[in-house]
Design a protein around this ligand. Structure first.
Ligand SMILES: [Zn+2]
Length: 110
């Protein structure tokens, strides 16, 4: 999965976009204003924008909501190369925040 970042317009909003700190939507990024100084979060979402461009937005969204392995792949890349988290922390987040089965996490992260 892509590790490059895609620069797109960023909008800072006073609410949690879809219950998260930030979301990517192919052409733009929404980030809750209280996290406006969090460059790791911005870079994480920029990687998701590049992934959406590479996969295609509809296919990306379909796979994101139907395929836990795909979730593990795209989030692993975004957390590792965007947020700069280590593998141990990413595994924990994938299991507890994204409900990815541990065997799938082991396949993707190693
Ligand atoms: Zn993400």
């Amino acid at each position: 999965m892509t590790q490059e970042r895609k620069k797109v317009p960023v909008f800072y909003v006073p609410f949690r976009p879809i219950y998260r700190r930030g979301i990517a939507c192919h052409w733009f990024i929404l980030i809750r204003s209280k996290y406006s100084g969090d460059l790791n979060l911005l870079h994480h979402e920029e990687i998701h924008c590049a992934q959406m461009r590479n996969v295609g937005l509809l296919k990306y969204l379909w796979r994101y909501y139907t395929d836990k392995r795909f979730v593990a792949e795209v989030e692993y890349a975004a957390f590792k190369y965007g947020s700069k988290y280590n593998d141990r922390r990413i595994k924990h987040i994938l299991e507890h925040n994204y409900n990815v089965p541990i065997d799938v996490i082991e396949e993707v992260v190693g």
